[in-house]
Each structure stands twice: as structure tokens, then as C-alpha cells.
Write a protein that binds this ligand. Sequence first.
Ligand code: C2E
Ligand code: MN
Ligand code: MN
Length: 401
Amino acid sequence: MLRQLIYRSRATTPMTDEDIRKIVDDSLPFNTAHDITGLLLFDGEFFFQVLEGASDSILLLFEHLKSDARHTNIIKVLDTTIRQREFGKWSLKPFVFNHHNNCYWLPSGLKIRRDSRAFFLLNSFATGQWRNCVSAEYRSKLKRTLFIEERVVDAFPNSEIQFAFQPIVDIKNGVISSLEALLRTPDGAFPDVFLSSLSESERYVFDLKSKAVAIAQGAKLLKPGQALSVNLLPGAITHTSNVAEQLIRYLEAVKLAPEQLIVEVTESEMVKESDAFYTAVDSLRSSGIRLALDDFGAGYAGLSLLADFMPDKIKLDRAITRGIHENGPRQAILQAVFEFANATGSHLIVEGVESFEEWLWLYNVGVQKFQGFLFAKPKLNGVNAINFDTSAFSSTEENDL
Ligand code: C2E
Ligand code: MN
Ligand code: MN
């Protein structure tokens, strides 16, 4: 099968025309042997390359390209199967365009459909509408730290279930903004197995009741200014007529204010048209409890849910965060969701941040709140220590490449 892969990257050092010619000369033997064609653009700082050929050869070449020290910030823009080569026999001849006045000319021998995706992307590269990578300067100057000590509480007495807590951090302000309570069974197992072992109605009743434990334990772990997040199935909200009252009772028992509680609901199960759901949402809000849309981007609900629900927090799922620093489509989604959050006064929380590179890209575009193993893993009846220091990471990639 034919594959087309397009990526952007940044030159590690200034490049002369001679250097560019050398890149092309170096790549020619491999590309000819594997029948790879395409196009290379260089604008004085950034590369834009289209590769076309057999799927296996393209993947092999891309793996190899990723380790080439002459470029960094490699971002996959498009990776798709194609019927025929967009760039015909055009074989990686580079063309360099004048980036000072955003002018470029397509080489006359190059035939490309003007309505193709490749042409669209080439055009946006050439007109500079895509510069969303972390600059070396930003990277070297950025200094942020967050050091928080571990906290533990005694296991909740006589309870078959317990909770693990994971912090949501605000690195700009150097604080934990909230703790998320995650259900754990007596043997420490994860919630999905346990929840699915119950019948539907048992599950909803149990889910809500378990929040008494989450709230009691959370109250002991919270510091002033921090909020507690708990997860509830949408069904647990709609199948109880007095969710808000019930939660308020749990909060009052441990002297927490309603404003300190955030209820996270996943979109996966949510029924968009459910009147019962929105009635419950209203009663939660009017009692002061806030709401988060959990795992956004991973479930079934669409954008109309986002518009109707107007969550106080949007938690972007790990499916979008994963490898975001090198993935053009995920970057575009993040930016659209971030813009939506800012336009509606909702806080964006990015979940599942595991690597420094993911975090750096997100922080660079302005995201402020993060949750993930990079900062702390969930801890049973406690909160793990956080030892986050950008200077421990910042020079690594440039040296590695
Ligand atoms: P969630 O609400 O999205 O919770 C975050 C999950 O992501 C947690 O899994 C956490 O351990 C995991 N996680 C956090 N950071 C990272 C990371 O950097 N990388 C990766 N790979 N994973 C990370 P956990 O504890 O297994 O919970 C799974 C799901 O179970 C939760 O997803 C939530 O939807 C549900 N759940 C948890 N507690 C409850 C509860 O009390 N009631 C209900 N209905 N559902 C719950
Ligand atoms: Mn959650
Ligand atoms: Mn989530």
C-alpha cells in the first residue's frame, strides 16, 4: 500500500544551501533503492517534508529520520494511505523559499493537485501559519519547580473500598489546585473491574455512597485553597433524585464547603438529551458544587454536549495528550479545545501527562493545569510527593539529538 507521510521539523543549526544539498544527496541512495519520492522545503529555519512510497519503506525511513541530528522538534503532520503519488516522480528535490516576505514558487516541473491535502499543508507551511513548536530559547530559559511532600491518612475504618488520590497541578502558580479521588477495591484493584461486577442499579447506588469515603479521606488531605474531585457515573447522578443533598451531607460531615467539591462525569456514558441529567446538573450547581467533563476526546459525546453542559472544567483525555509534542493533529485538537475553554471560562486540565516533552509543549502554548505520572501517580490513602524541576530536563533533548 502507498503511504504519504508529512512532517515538520526545525534545523538544529543554521543551514546553508550547501547543507541542504548535502541532505538531499545523503538521502538519495536510500530513497532511490526504496522508491521513495516526495518533497523537501526549507524556510531558513524549519523543514517541511513530504514522503511517498510503500508503507514499510516510509516507516523505516521516518524512524531513521527521527534520529538525524540535523533537525529537532519533529512533528508528524499527516500520515495516511494514498491511491497514487501526489508528487509523482518528483524525488525530494528541495526548494527553498524566501521566508522574509512569505513568498514561494512551486518548481515548474512539479505537478500537484491544488485541492489535495498535501498542497493545503504545504501552503500553510509556506505562509507560516503553523509555528507551534517550543523554541530553543524558551526551553533554555524556562525555570519552573514544584516540590510537595507526601501526605498520608489512615485507611477509612470498616470500609470495603478505599481511594487513591492524585494531584492536579498548576505549574505556573506552583501549587496543587486539586486532588482527584480514585476508587480502589480492598485488594487495591482498579475501579472498572469492581464497578462492572455490580448490577446497573447497584452500581449507581454504590458509586454515590462511596463518595462519603472519598470526601472524608479527601478532607484530611486537602490544603487550604485546594479542591477535591470525585468521579460519578452519569447514571449515578440521574438515578438518584437528591444527589446534591446527599453530597452536601457528606461534605458537611467533614466541614468542607460545596465549592471545594468538583464532580467529574465521563462523556462516555452520558446521554445528551437526558432531561434528568440536566436537572441533576442544575441542582448540583445551585448547591455550589462544580462540574468537570472527564476524559474529553475519548468517549462518544460530541461537541454539542460541551456546549449544553458548559462544564466548569474540561479534562482532556490521555488519548489526545499522548505524544502531543510530535503530533500535528493532536496539537490542532488541543488548541481548538483550549480556545473553547478560554472562550467559555472553563478551565482546561490536561490528563495523563507522562513525559517532560509532552508537558513542555503544552505549557508553551499556555496550558496551566496538568494531571499525570510526570508529577505524581495516584497513592492509596494519600498523595505522593512531587519533585518537579524543569532544569533537570531542559537540556536533555538538544544534546541527545
Ligand atoms: P479518570 O477519572 O480519568 O482517572 C484518571 C485515571 O488515569 C486513573 O486511573 C489514573 O491512575 C490514570 N492516570 C493518571 N495519570 C496518568 C498518566 O500519566 N498516565 C496514565 N497512563 N494513566 C494515568 P484509575 O484510577 O485506574 O481510574 C480509571 C477510571 O475509573 C477513572 O478515570 C474514572 O473514570 C473511573 N473511576 C475512578 N474512581 C471512580 C469512582 O469513584 N466512581 C466512578 N464512577 N468511576 C471512577
Ligand atoms: Mn476523573
Ligand atoms: Mn479522566
